[in-house]
Design a protein around this ligand. Structure first.
Ligand code: URA
Length: 448
C-alpha cells in the first residue's frame, strides 16, 4: 500500500478500508508516513469526512496504539468527563474534586490546548510541580487511594492521539467530527472508565458553531461509546461567550479556587453543577440527576470539594500552598486594561476571537513545541447582558511573553459589542443526550 494512494482516496471521498487506515496510522507511528502526509490526510478528511464505520475503526486504532488501564479491581462505577473544547472552560478542574467529594471515582484522561481552546493538562501544569503524566500503575494506585486522578495520554495511553492532536492543533484540522470522536473516545476507553459524561460546546467559541453540528457530534460520540460498551451521556452547552471570567492557564486555576471557596461564577457553576449532577448520578451516588446536582452544591458549600482539590494537587506532586494562597504565584510581567468606548449593554463577547488572542498572549501554542506562559491570558470584567459605562473596564490582559500589550488592546476591544437595548439572558445549557436521544435540558433528564 502507498500512503499517497490512501490520501488520494480520502481526498476523492472514497471510503477507506480498515486495513488501509491501520496501515497509514501504524506507519505514521513508525515514522514511515511523514507529518506532511498525515496533515494531507487530515485536510482531505476535513472536506471528505470519514464515515461512522471509519470513525469506529479510527477509535479502535487509536486505542490499540498504546495500552489500556485496567481499573476493574477498584470497586464502584468509575466516571470520566470530557469537553469538546471551549474558551475559559475550566469545568474539569472543578468536576473532579466535586464528584470525588461526592464519593464517585474519577479517572480523568485529558488533552492539551487545541486551536483557540484551552487544555486541562496545560491548566494543571500551571500549578507548580503538578505531574500530568503519572505512569499507569500510579494512576490505579491514586484512584484507589483518593478516588480521583487527572492525567494526559502518554507513551502508554493513546500515543497516536497525542501526535495527531498536536498536528491538528497547528494545521487548522480540528473540526473533523470522526477525528474528534476517535480522539476523545479512545482516551476515555483506554483510561478504563465505566461511564462517560460529555460537554459538547456549541457557538462562536466552539469547534461546532451550529447547534445541529453539535448534536451530530453528540450522537456520534454516544454511538461510539455504545459500540465500545462505554455508557455515554452529556449536555450541549452554549459557547458564544467565554465560560466564566478567566481565559488562560493559571488565571483559570485561580477562578476554580474562587468557585470552590464559595465565590461562584454563575454561568461556569451552572454548567459545572449540571455535569456534576450527571456524573454523580452515573456513579450511583444519587438516584436522579437533580439529586446529584444538590449533592454537588452541598460538597462545594461545605468546603469538601476544595479539600479534595488540595488532595489532588498534593497527590500529583503539585504545591498546594499556591492553591491555598493564589497570590503567592508570580505575576505576569505585563498587564493592561481594556475599557469601553461608550456606555450601553454588553451584547456580545466573541469567545473565539478572545481564545485566539489568548494564544497570541502566550496561553496556547503556535507550534507543537512552543512553551506556554502560564501567567498569560485575559480576565473579563463584564459578561453579556451587563450594563457598561464609558471608560469602564471590559477586561484585563496579562502576559509575560508578549510585553507590548498596548497593540492588543484594540483587537481585544473589537471582540466586545455594546448596544442600547436590554437583551434576554441566553440559555447556558441547551440539551441532554445519550446514544438514543437528544432532548431539551432539564435537571430531571434521566441518565441510564
Ligand atoms: N478534545 C479532544 O480530546 N480531542 C478533540 O479532537 C477535541 C476535543
Amino acid at each position: 500500500m502507498l500512503p499517497q494512494e490512501i490520501i488520494r482516496k480520502r481526498r476523492d471521498g472514497e471510503p477507506l478500508a480498515r486495513q488501509e487506515l491501520e496501515f497509514f496510522f501504524q506507519e505514521f507511528m513508525e515514522g514511515n508516513v511523514s507529518d506532511e502526509q498525515m496533515t494531507a490526510l487530515l485536510m482531505a478528511s476535513f472536506y471528505a469526512p470519514p464515515t461512522m464505520d471509519e470513525a469506529l475503526a479510527l477509535t479502535d486504532i487509536f486505542i490499540r496504539s498504546g495500552s489500556r488501564i485496567d481499573l476493574s479491581a477498584i470497586p464502584g462505577v468509575k466516571v470520566d468527563k470530557h469537553s469538546t473544547g471551549g474558551v475559559g472552560d475550566k469545568t474539569s478542574l472543578l468536576l473532579v474534586p466535586i464528584a470525588a467529594a461526592a464519593g464517585v471515582r474519577v479517572p480523568m484522561i485529558s488533552g492539551r490546548a487545541l486551536g483557540h481552546t484551552g487544555g486541562t493538562l496545560d491548566k494543571l501544569e500551571s500549578i507548580p510541580g503538578f505531574n500530568v503524566h503519572p505512569p499507569p500503575s500510579a494512576i490505579v494506585r491514586q484512584l484507589s487511594e483518593i478516588g480521583m486522578v487527572m492525567a494526559g495520554q502518554s507513551a502508554d495511553i493513546v500515543p497516536l492521539d497525542r501526535r495527531i492532536y498536536a498536528l491538528r492543533d497547528v494545521t487548522s484540522t480540528v473540526e473533523i467530527l470522526p477525528f474528534i470522536a476517535a480522539s476523545i473516545m479512545s482516551k476515555k476507553i483506554a483510561g478504563g472508565a465505566d461511564a462517560l459524561v460529555l460537554d459538547i460546546k456549541a457557538g462562536r467559541g466552539a469547534f461546532m458553531r451550529e447547534r445541529v453540528q453539535a448534536e451530530e457530534l453528540a450522537l456520534l460520540l454516544a454511538g461510539v461509546g455504545r459500540h465500545f460498551d462505554l455508557p455515554t451521556v452529556g449536555i450541549i452547552t452554549n459557547m458564544d461567550e467565554p465560560l466564566g471570567y478567566a481565559i488562560g492557564n493559571w488565571l483559570e486555576v485561580v477562578e476554580v479556587v474562587d468557585c470552590l471557596q464559595g465565590r461562584e461564577t454563575p454561568d461556569l457553576m451552572e454548567v459545572t453543577y449540571a455535569l456534576a449532577g450527571l456524573m454523580i448520578h452515573l456513579g450511583r451516588k444519587a438516584q436522579t440527576v437533580s439529586e446529584g446536582i444538590a449533592v454537588a452544591r452541598d460538597v462545594v458549600r461545605r468546603g469538601l470539594a476544595f479539600e479534595k482539590f488540595l488532595e489532588l494537587v498534593h497527590a500529583q506532586g503539585g504545591d498546594p500552598s499556591y492553591i491555598q494562597e493564589t497570590l503567592r504565584y508570580r505575576n505576569a510581567e505585563a498587564a493592561v486594561e481594556v475599557v469601553a468606548l461608550c456606555s450601553g449593554v454588553l451584547h456580545g463577547v466573541d469567545a473565539r476571537a478572545l481564545g485566539l488572542l489568548a494564544v497570541e498572549l502566550g496561553a496556547g501554542r503556535k507550534q507543537p513545541t512552543d512553551e506556554i506562559d502560564p501567567t498569560a491570558g485575559i480576565v473579563l470584567a463584564k459578561k453579556i447582558g451587563e450594563h457598561v459605562e464609558e471608560d469602564e473596564v471590559l477586561c484585563r490582559l496579562y502576559s509575560s511573553a508578549a510585553h507590548d500589550l498596548v497593540h492588543f488592546r484594540e483587537r481585544v476591544r473589537e471582540a466586545f459589542s455594546i448596544g442600547d437595548r436590554e437583551i434576554p439572558r441566553a440559555d447556558k445549557i441547551f440539551s441532554y443526550f445519550d446514544s438514543d436521544t437528544i432532548v431539551p435540558w432539564s435537571p430531571e433528564s434521566r441518565a441510564p
